[in-house]
Design a protein around this ligand. Structure first.
Ligand SMILES: Nc1ncnc2c1ncn2[C@@H]1O[C@H](COP(=O)(O)OP(=O)(O)OP(=O)(O)O)[C@@H](O)[C@H]1O
Ligand SMILES: [Mg+2]
Length: 245
């Protein structure tokens, strides 16, 4: 069984414990968490760390509340998994970890779900074929569905460069929202050159752009330009999700 992981703020220095302690309280969320009750919804006391409403400022519209809720105003919105996508080095891990931290949602690195045969192939410098990716995409899809079936939100990274890959991840046609981090090859190459512990030859990065099929308007996706710093990017994702409803 695939287990959901909780995001850790110390990973990669994304957010220090001190920053977390002093993070601004979103409209009383901290007190609600401490009290174990949700001050936004009218539901009975519940696990506020899993509550989409508790993650938002008092009175704010929860993500997906209008678009995905089928019940009355008092029923909880259905869970949603954000899949942070884009070419290697666009910032998926950085942005996804911060997003998961802001919402308090389970977080998974899609790359960690590759079968060993794919890992070995990549280490040997061979590009993966669509056939190689099938079992991996299946595992990512299962992680997403596991969250949704448990009534949990979640955040997962996955390059999902091709439309057909995204169709696999969203095969149920609901509960998934792709967060596409868009950037140009020069910006990303410059960031990768500074990244420690990962080597990405320029030719391999170009091959990612060659494979990329950007999400189209008929796909459940939002697009964010990767120019601004990570915290600002995350805020603009949250703003877009609120606007989208
Ligand atoms: N908005 C940003 N501004 C500046 N640097 C960034 C930004 N987002 C990420 N970075 C930096 O860019 C590098 C690549 O980011 P990250 O590792 O998150 O990308 P990724 O898409 O997860 O890559 P991969 O697909 O290889 O796992 C890292 O060194 C990270 O610190
Ligand atoms: Mg990554």
């Amino acid at each position: 069984m695939i287990k959901a992981r909780r995001v850790r703020f110390d990973a990669g220095g994304v957010q220090s414990a001190r920053e977390k302690k002093t993070a601004p309280d979103l409209g009383g969320r901290n007190e609600r968490v401490a009290a174990g009750v949700c001050g936004v919804s009218t539901e009975r006391p519940h696990d506020v760390t899993q509550c989409i409403r508790c993650s938002l400022p008092r009175g704010a519209t929860p993500i997906g509340a209008s678009a995905m809720s089928s019940g009355s105003a008092e029923s909880a919105p259905p869970p949603r998994v954000l899949v942070v996508i884009g070419v290697s080095g666009c910032g998926k891990s950085t942005v996804a970890a911060l997003l998961a931290g802001r919402y308090g949602w389970p977080f998974e690195e899609g790359d960690s779900l590759h079968p060993q045969s794919n890992v070995d192939k990549m280490h040997a410098g061979h590009p993966l074929t669509d056939e190689d990716r099938k079992p991996w995409l299946e595992k990512v899809a299962l992680w997403i569905e596991h969250q949704l079936d448990a009534g949990r939100n979640g955040v997962i990274t996955c390059s999902a460069l091709k439309r057909s890959y995204r169709s696999t991840l969203n095969r149920r046609g609901r509960g998934v929202l792709f967060v596409y981090l868009a950037g140009d090859v020069d910006t990303i190459a410059a960031r990768l050159a500074l990244r420690h512990g990962h080597f990405m030859p320029p030719a391999l990065l170009q091959s990612q752009f060659d494979s990329l099929e950007e999400p189209q308007p008929d796909e459940p996706a939002i697009r964010v330009d990767i120019g601004p710093p990570p915290e600002q990017l995350v805020q603009s994702v949250i703003d877009k999700l609120r606007l989208q409803g």
